[in-house]
Design a binder for this molecule. Structure first.
Ligand code: SPM
Length: 288
């Protein structure tokens, strides 16, 4: 019961060697689920003020209070940067939140989805139905398995690939390495775009610089955007983007009013603004 070490006096505290000396704590009302899967410890908590919270191996993956920020941006930034996204691949994100957002695009015809840990899907369907509704979309094809192995077998197939990974610890580690990015590139069609969970330029300079270097070297267009997420360490997280031709920093399709009204974070304005980085990060990326 490793996870209970993280709860003291009714507060869950997230600690990790990737962000040493700092911890975010949330008050917990109830432990709803706590079990080790084949790959990781899965916990779902009822928090006092942030709704339900999904935690994998002691790291916060989402809370119901702010999950929309991450899911909307990681999905809609690449999808609106592409002129005609029809075939989409989502790797990771067993909670279904990214699928929910991708499914909002009528032009998308197929959504292939690859997740290593089936238990995350099962648990999310039970405890996080507002995210897991993404699995109900008939365009979604679910594959349980290793995302890297799947990508390496795909060639010239996808318009947009979204990687909703956990941190580069445990099952997510391989998704931060160059061979995986080479596989992503080969799996893209002309003008294709990748968008990957890009960590924090405040907390993980080496990791972020490495991701930016890889995307710069492999893709003709690359960029880094960031999202405000109060319950991630530092209150933010990045998106690392690479493209085989499409411009990334501006939406190239209009957002239908009916879709805009369903969203809480993404808008054409924040799409552009999210690429304007603090000066130190801008310099860090220019010199990579
Ligand atoms: N669909 C939500 C899954 C979340 N995937 C990303 C989780 C990252 C958690 N750690 C954040 C650390 C930020 N540097």
């Amino acid at each position: 019961m490793e996870n209970y070490k993280k709860i003291k006096d009714g507060w869950f505290s997230e600690t990790c060697y990737m962000w040493p000396g700092v911890s975010l704590s949330l008050e917990i009302e109830q432990v709803l689920y706590s079990k080790k899967s084949k790959f990781q410890q899965i916990d779902v908590y009822q928090t006092r003020n942030h709704g339900k919270m999904l935690v994998l191996d002691g790291i916060i993956q989402l809370t119901e209070s702010d999950e929309f920020a991450y899911q909307e941006m990681l999905a809609h930034v690449p999808l609106f940067a592409h002129p005609t996204p029809e075939n989409v691949l989502v790797i990771g994100g067993g909670d279904g939140g990214i699928l929910r957002e991708v499914g909002r695009h009528d032009c998308v015809k197929t959504i292939d989805f690859c997740e290593i840990d089936e238990d995350v899907i099962t648990v999310s369907k039970e405890f996080l139905p507002e995210l897991a509704c993404g699995f109900d979309d008939p365009r979604v094809n679910i594959r349980i398995g290793d995302g890297n192995a799947y990508v390496q077998e795909q060639k010239n197939k996808y318009d947009v690939i979204i990687v909703d990974s956990s941190d580069p610890i445990g099952p997510g580690e391989v998704l931060f390495k160059r061979p995986f990015y080479e596989g992503l590139k080969a799996a893209l069609r002309k003008k294709g775009i990748i968008a990957t969970q890009g960590e924090s330029f405040f907390l993980h300079k080496e990791c972020v610089t490495n991701l930016v270097r890889i995307t710069k070297e492999l893709f003709s267009v690359s960029a880094y955007s960031y999202i405000l997420v109060p319950t991630y360490p530092g209150g933010h997280i990045g998106i690392c983007l690479g493209s085989l031709g499409s411009n990334l920093k501006m939406p190239c399709r209009n957002i239908p009013e009916t879709l805009q009204e369903q969203l809480k974070y993404y808008s054409p304005q924040i799409h552009e603004a999210s690429f304007v980085l603090p000066y130190f990060a801008q310099k860090m990326f220019e010199t990579v």
